[in-house]
Design a protein around this ligand. Sequence first.
Ligand code: SF4
Length: 377
Amino acid sequence: MSGIYIHIPFCRQACYYCDFHFSVSWKRKDDFVQALLKEIELQKNFLANEKISSVYFGGGTPSILSADELKKILFTLSKYHSIADDAEMTLEANPDDLTKEKIKDIGETGINRLSIGIQSFSDEDLKFMNRVHDSKQAIESVKSAQDAGFRNITIDLIYGTPTLADEQWVKNLEQAFALDVPHLSCYALTVETQTALAQFIKKGKVAPVDEAKAAAQFEILMKRSSQKGFEQYEVSNFAKAQMYSRHNSSYWRNEKYLGLGPSAHSYNGVSRQWNVANNHLYIEAINKGSVPFEEEILTAVQKYNEYVLTSLRTRWGCDVMKIKNEFGEKFGEYFSKTADDFIRQQWMENRDRVYVLTHKGKFFADRISSDLFYSED
Ligand code: SF4
């Protein structure tokens, strides 16, 4: 089973912390949709007849597309791919786009899962991030989606911002629980170099991220979500009743995927490729009949490092036998030897040669995986 990711590279305004590829100019939106339909055809053989178990519209802001555009894209996908009847079809949506009418239209396209970019239920916090919506729209968008029959809803929240006190973070979580959604994705604010936020911090307009505060809010998140019956199946992802994101789980489990649209990445088990992150260059190249991408054939070291990075963050953990069988004996030995230190510190557990992070270890997930990375040097 494989997944398809579709990148919609337009937003209404730039959130200060964001370093995804998007444009706030929509002049070429129609040209982009035409190019995307063409790319679906050009890339039809990438997954070589694999059954598709998930389709994910990400961005950018996919909810700016009309229902007709979504239908056209999904119809074209179904012409060239065998999509499972029960495939998970996710649309990332911003609350300000989710009017009752729009939600009803989305429900008629085949989309069966909404990922709503709420980020915070505090207006002060939303202003700090330069989000378009306010907290009232955030709450209404979820309720309207539920009224329209959507059950598979996830919401994104960000913690660790300078404007988010612990008390407000608790309120944000309580609000999310009260909305009764089965899935949450919660990320600590990170400062990427090319963003407005990085500039504000450099100029002293905004305080640098307080890591101790982010860690305290991560602890609150793990405790409260567990009390409410959520399973932390990935460091930043929480699900009730095993309503895991099928699409993201397939990334974490090293399954193949095709990425369409500017900046989208694809992986076929052997190589990884990524489309140009420029709307104009993307549209022009596709119009001339070629997909503008760069490609990298993955070495055993890269495959091992990627497997460690993604699997260790999940409930399924990092399997030493898989490492030995798929990447080579030396990687398995290196992993076990390095992991011993983390087991002594009680950051990891060895469950019959499958290594998983402990509660304490989840605070240091990135550091642990980078120490477990293999280098030829
Ligand atoms: S809406 Fe999403 S993609 Fe667009 S700028 Fe904000 S965070 Fe980035």
